[in-house]
Ligand binder design. Sequence first.
Ligand code: GRF
Length: 208
Amino acid sequence: MKCRLGILLSGRGSNFAAILEAIERGDLPGAEIALVFSNHTDAAGLDLARGKGLKTLSLEKTDFENRRAFDQALTEALQESEVDLVVLAGYDRILTSPLLEAYPHRILNIHPSLLPHYGGKGMLGIKVHEAVLANGELESGCSVHLVTDVVDGGEVLGQGRVRIRPDDTPETLAARILKEEHRLYPQMIGRWIEQHFSQQGVSHAQQV
Ligand code: GRF
């Protein structure tokens, strides 16, 4: 039994591409992609998913009364696709209770800093790297963490470290960290599956 991933993305989807490549290479034998979702109909990541013949869905926030109603519809779509693990891959919306309660300890995110540093509301994209450089840090990196109702506050499952160079700009640093993200995220998904899903699969099989 494979762990069915629900990918949530808002933009270019390079982390999604790295996860997909890891699956195609056979590096994530326990995973399959059940659904790729975006809150932007024009997200480049959706095109990639469609090109690979994967199931996709996009919903626009303007079609919903509030965040909870949006997340309720998204949760139902994930459940219909029998998603086991939700993987945020550059998803720019804060999650609300319908989704958090349906997938407790089953939502992962990647953030481009060494959490708990440089995380939380507003610490997004290039702003993270600007702040890191402005503070004269010697290293930065990325973190894969569980998603809870505290933004970037869930348990950190793994980190990748990147040394800061004297001539770094926010853009060069972001690019080096992104490469590290592409290595770390598939690895952490694989580890999560081994620790939390494979065993469950075995016990389920034993009960049958
Ligand atoms: C990444 O830097 C990730 O850390 C952050 O959003 C960015 C997404 O990039 N959460 P991509 O869409 O995966 O290329």
